[in-house]
Design a binder for this molecule. Structure first.
Ligand SMILES: [Zn+2]
Length: 511
């Protein structure tokens, strides 16, 4: 019997800290439902004390999720912990994850606390958390650069206080596998009652070693890995869930552990997270990249056809490739549409919302005869920003592009309910459309990124556009989907403008 390896997904917390990847409550719920379907053990739903919006998101997920443990992050202070405790209260199983920095540089420069004060604060934090749950995780922030003697001391103290999971994050992605594994081994040997707790790792990918470090730590005794879908996360990201899970499964001969994950849900989860956050997956990304299972070279193809194991160590269908069957078409009715949305975990608020979404679906089905799950997700993401909430809304567009002539765009926008028309020339129709919008919106923001992806295959596929804008240090991603990529581009630009004019900056803890 192998040990269980606990998969702790932090896509909704650490992943959300990627520039512009912030998600709405409904988007987080959709991802949480997919994580539950994938049988993730722990879902870190957010950082409840960051803002009221974050609190509501964590609480909604705690209410909706039944199978996975729902966790909120909290700094080691009373207010953060009480907010986290309240947010996870409705959960079938709730966890509070509290943290404090333990490296000399962080204690001195950031916290301005002595090591004694840091230990005392950590113990107090566990005490507050125990008023809400027995499932308490403690993280030593920047453990990767902390002194081992001090780590032993603080872990001993928090275990005595009631922490059940001890996390050793490599917050800045500085560690290398052998050394990180040695750190875990030493801690497990030296900390009293180490066998009474679960040892956890949380690795960042600044040197491209997040997965390697996590797996090395598993060999040294770690039994929880914190990771994200597609490796999303602060800077270069976190250890990617799909790589950890598939490494442990494919090399069951090497690893002394097994996970509870339904691997066939991996690709759908990857696509959903990519679509919602606007972070495309690179084609050569392990497991979930478009080329991960494609054998282009003639020699390889021949080998695969003769005997698949010559070049394939995993089967594409085991991770959920090819699972996107044709789901709906032009003649699908309202009930079929509603049923499929429910299966996808997409919540529909009211009958009116359903009617509106169904009308949009019919329009799309007229243009594009086969509708896949990805199309429905894109359609519903588009729907999520209801007209009343939008400050900027696209009413109509007209583009002119002809060889040898300057492209022109004419757009009609509703700004705060008031219709305005503008036109502009540009180097291409997209550039012209953005200039026309900006001439009336006057946001003064800077365009950081523009990308187009086809949601499904075929030239009739919907184009999904991501536009990243920055203004006064804030970064937002806007998305738009349409079978016409210029329209999708205009929608994405307006979506980003709407995000810039609403919402506010929030705390991003570095764990
Ligand atoms: Zn992190």
């Amino acid at each position: 019997m192998k040990d269980a390896l606990i998969i702790f997904d932090t896509t909704l917390r650490d992943g959300e800290q990627s520039p512009g990847a912030s998600m709405t409550r409904d988007e987080k719920l959709r991802i949480a439902r997919q994580l539950e379907r994938m049988r993730v053990d722990v879902i870190e739903a957010g950082f409840a004390a960051a803002s009221n919006g974050d609190f509501e998101s964590v609480r909604s997920i705690a209410e909706a999720i039944k199978e996975s443990t729902v966790c909120s992050l909290a700094r080691a202070n009373e207010n953060d912990i009480r907010r986290a405790g309240e947010a996870i209260r409705p959960a079938a199983r709730g966890r509070i994850h509290t943290f404090i920095a333990t490296s000399p540089i962080h204690m001195e420069k950031k916290l301005r606390m002595t090591p004694d004060q840091v230990v005392e604060q950590a113990v107090k934090a566990i005490g507050w958390a125990r008023e809400y749950t027995d499932d308490i995780e403690f993280s030593a922030e920047d453990a990767g650069r902390s002194e081992i003697d001090f780590l032993c001391r603080i872990f001993d103290a928090v275990i005595k206080a009631g922490a059940k999971t001890i996390n050793v994050p490599d917050t800045v992605g500085y560690n290398v596998p052998e050394q990180y594994a040695a750190t875990l081994r030493t801690l497990i040997e030296r900390v009293p009652n180490a066998d009474k707790v679960i040892w956890s790792v949380h690795c960042h990918n600044d040197l491209g070693l997040a997965v390697s470090n996590s797996l090395a730590a598993v060999m040294a005794g770690a039994r929880q890995v914190e990771c994200t879908i597609n490796g999303l996360g602060e800077r270069a990201g976190n250890a990617s869930l799909e790589e950890i899970v598939m490494a442990v499964r494919t090399r069951a001969d090497v690893f002394p552990v097994s996970t509870n994950i339904d691997t066939t849900q991996i690709v759908p989860a990857s696509k959903l997270v990519s679509q919602i956050t606007g972070y495309p997956v690179q084609p050569n990304k392990a497991i979930v990249g478009a080329n991960a299972f494609a054998h282009e070279s003639g020699i390889h193809q021949d080998g695969v056809l003769k005997h698949r194991e010559t070049y394939e160590i995993m089967r594409a269908e085991d991770v959920g490739w090819g699972a996107n069957k044709l789901v709906l078409g032009k003649h699908s009715g309202r009930n079929a549409f509603r049923a499929r949305l429910q299966e996808l975990g997409i919540e529909i608020g009211s009958e009116e919302q359903l009617n509106h979404a169904f009308a949009r679906f019919k329009e799309l089905a007229d243009k594009k005869h086969e509708i896949f799950d990805e199309d429905l997700h894109a359609l519903m993401s588009d729907e999520a920003v209801t007209p009343e909430q939008e400050h900027f809304r696209l009413v109509a567009t007209r583009f002119h592009s002809e060889t040898g002539e300057t492209p022109r765009a004419e757009v009609t926008l509703a700004i705060g309910g008031q219709e305005t028309r503008s036109q502009a020339e540009g180097s291409g129709p997209v550039d012209a459309a953005f200039k026309a919008i900006e001439s009336v919106a006057g946001s003064g923001s800077e365009l950081l990124l523009y990308s187009v992806n086809a949601i499904t295959t075929g030239t009739d596929a919907q184009g999904e556009v991501t536009v990243r804008l920055a203004k006064d240090g804030r970064v937002v991603n806007g998305q738009g989907a349409d079978t016409d990529i210029i329209v999708a581009s205009a929608k994405a630009y307006l979506n980003a403008l709407n995000k810039l004019c609403g919402g506010s900056e929030k705390l991003n803890p570095q764990v």
